[in-house]
Structures are given as structure tokens and as C-alpha cells.
Design a binder for this molecule. Structure first.
Ligand code: SAM
Length: 234
């Protein structure tokens, strides 16, 4: 038996590639995006009342991780990528039906558009539904998850002076908190846990329209080396 679902909109996100996206929402409050609703949901009626809500659930498709063959076990990055777990005990992207869910902050509502922050979604993600966060029902005080019991410990991020100036300038051009976005995302240490990064190894990821390059001068510390617009990086 199969059912068909259709996106109600697509997200325009600060994250242009999967690498360096935080592994859950809320970890990078400066991560922003705009959800553009499709007809008929692009009319004011569909979002009427949402201005009274601070956070929403997004249900979406992991459109860049869809697979034909269902997995029963996954190796979540949270466990270092070398321990496996039942797919239903994990929030990994590779899962039956490829459905993700995130609680994100709703910053502004307009007919056809929602401004969101604290997101963990890739640019172009198809959104299947939006639901208001209901604190009395969704916040479970006594909840326990012994696999992921608290947010990962952030690592230190510092800047090469020139990179900080570049990030400030691009942030101003974009009208986005780019310095904070980079710091919050890199503090999550995007590198796969099994990689031991020698200081000469460079890592990179795209945020908005800029490429960010960094290295690990020592384990547990990131230094941002460059923040460049794609044209300048060629
Ligand atoms: N909060 C969601 C959940 O629990 O269902 C997502 C958790 S999942 C572990 C977060 C990761 O999904 C991000 O770090 C990013 O690499 C990946 N991701 C985000 N949007 C995606 C998309 N549209 N397609 C594939 N992977 C995506």
C-alpha cells in the first residue's frame, strides 16, 4: 500500500550543502531561512493565527538522502559513526519514507512566507507540513534519552583576523548574522568523529553564498581561515 504526499512549500536556507549543518535544530540560532509556500497555501488564510506562535514543527523530506532499500540499522554521527543502532532509535537521515522533523523559531509570518531560525535543513528542502509547537504537550519534562541525553559539548572556534573581517563584510552585505552562524555551526564540530584532523588538513562548507574554510590547529579547536564569495575563490 502506498500513499502520496506533496510538499506545501520549499525552504530557502543558509545551508547550501549537508556538511556543517547542525545535527539538530536550535543548536545554531543564527541559522536562518525562509519557507516559501506553494499555492494554495501561499494565501494569507493558510497562516492566519501563526503570528501568535513562537515555534513551529516542520515535517519535511530528506530529499538528498532518499533511498530505495530500507535500512534497519544506522550509524549515527553522534555515536562516532562506528556504532550501529536500530533505525527507529535514531534521528538519522536515512530512514523509511525519508521524513524529518524539526522544531524551529518562527520569526515572521507573511502570506506565502515564513521566516525561520534555528534551522537544521538544507536549502531546497521540500516541506510536507507545518504545525504549531504546543509547549504543554510537546515539552516533556521527565523525558529520558540515554543515547543523546544533552546537546553535544561545543568546541572552541577562533578566527584568523582576515577571515573575521571577511565574515563581517559578507554578513553586512547579506544582512545576516554570518559571524555567529559560522561560530555556532563550527562549534558543533562538523568533522566525522572517526577523522583525526592533522593541522594541515583544510575543511570547507558553504553558508549562504560564501565558502568558509577552517582547520584544526590542535584537536578540539577550530580556526577559521577564510570566508570568501565563490567568485573570489576561483
Ligand atoms: N531534526 C531533524 C530530525 O530529527 O528529523 C533532522 C535531524 S538530521 C540528523 C540533521 C541532518 O540532516 C543535518 O545535519 C543535515 O546534514 C541533514 N539534512 C538536512 N536537510 C536535509 C535534506 N533536505 N536532505 C538530506 N539531508 C538533510
Amino acid at each position: 500500500m502506498s500513499y502520496t504526499v506533496s510538499p506545501i512549500g520549499f525552504l530557502r536556507s543558509c545551508f547550501k550543502e549537508k556538511f556543517a549543518i547542525p545535527r539538530q535544530p536550535q543548536l545554531a540560532p543564527a541559522a536562518r531561512g525562509v519557507l516559501e509556500l506553494l499555492p494554495p497555501f501561499d494565501q494569507g488564510e493558510a497562516v492566519q493565527g501563526l503570528e501568535r506562535v513562537s515555534h513551529v514543527w516542520l515535517l519535511f523530506l530528506f530529499h538528498q538522502a532518499l533511498e530505495d532499500k530500507p535500512r534497519l540499522k544506522v550509524r549515527p554521527p553522534r555515536l562516532g559513526g562506528n556504532q550501529s543502532l536500530g533505525v527507529f532509535a535514531s534521528r538519522a537521515t536515512h530512514r523509511p519514507n525519508g521524513i524529518g522533523q524539526s522544531v524551529v523559531k518562527l520569526d515572521r509570518v507573511e502570506p506565502g512566507r515564513l521566516w525561520l531560525s534555528g534551522i537544521d535543513l538544507l536549502d531546497g528542502t521540500p516541506i510536507l507540513d507545518i504545525k504549531p509547537y504546543v509547549p504543554y504537550a510537546d515539552c516533556v519534562g521527565e523525558a529520558v534519552n540515554a543515547i543523546a541525553d544533552s546537546a553535544p559539548q561545543p568546541i572552541t572556534v577562533d578566527w584568523q583576523e582576515s577571515a573575521l573581517l571577511q565574515a563581517r563584510a559578507h554578513g553586512q552585505r547579506l544582512g545576516e548574522p554570518l559571524v555567529e552562524l559560522i561560530e555556532q555551526c563550527l562549534a558543533q564540530d562538523p568533522r566525522p568523529a572517526y577523522q583525526v584532523p592533522p593541522p594541515q588538513r583544510r575543511y570547507g562548507a558553504a553558508f549562504w553564498d560564501v565558502d568558509v574554510r577552517w582547520h584544526y590547529p590542535e584537536p578540539g579547536r577550530i580556526r577559521v581561515l577564510e570566508v570568501i564569495a565563490p567568485a573570489a575563490s576561483e
